[in-house]
Design a protein around this ligand. Structure first.
Ligand code: AMP
Ligand code: ZN
Length: 156
């Protein structure tokens, strides 16, 4: 499944340029066009999946396998002092490209990158309350994709 409007689908299909570093049957890894740091790489499923809510477990495993492989290659190739994996969902979560992607961002001491927002703009909830709500939902369904289907269909 691909999306005609999606820039990452265009890259997969060879209709848009990309600096590809790894490819297998299910996934593609390529350099971010606007890198936060040298070596900033994106890993995507070849199937057009919008975000984490549409993800299935097999594709997630394939994407994570490629993330592990490419992260190791970046470590050996560029010798960063640290590494962040970042994945954003929905506009409020900072997602700009609506084809699921994992950012692999090499880090160096003093690089000045800030991935977290300052505490004053955070919403708050007691940890126990948040944990209780999540536990009730996570017990109901086996996969996030199934949970999303339930939400879409108006089930509890
Ligand atoms: P996000 O904000 O998590 O959706 O991240 C989208 C990322 O995609 C940004 O870091 C962009 O720099 C990157 N990006 C957008 N278009 C392209 C492209 N054509 N090739 C490579 N990276 C891209
Ligand atoms: Zn796409």
């Amino acid at each position: 499944m691909s999306d005609r409007e999606c820039i990452f689908c265009a890259i997969i299909e060879g209709h848009a340029p990309a600096e590809v570093v790894f490819e297998d049957g299910d996934t593609l890894a390529f350099m971010d066009i606007n890198p936060a740091n040298p070596g900033h790489t994106l890993v995507i499923p070849k199937r057009h999946i919008q975000d984490i809510y549409g993800m299935d477990e097999d594709t997630a495993a394939a994407v994570m396998g490629t993330v592990v492989r490419v992260a190791g290659a970046i470590k050996r190739a560029l010798q960063p002092e640290g590494m962040n994996l970042v994945q954003s969902n929905e506009r409020a979560g900072g997602q700009d490209v609506f084809h699921f992607h994992m950012h692999i961002i090499p880090r160096w001491y003093g690089d000045g990158l800030r991935l977290a927002r300052p505490p004053e703009v955070r919403r708050t909830m007691p940890i126990k309350e948040a944990a209780g709500r999540i536990r009730r939902e996570v017990a109901k369904v086996r996969t996030i994709a199934a949970a999303y289907t339930d939400i879409c269909c108006g089930k509890k």
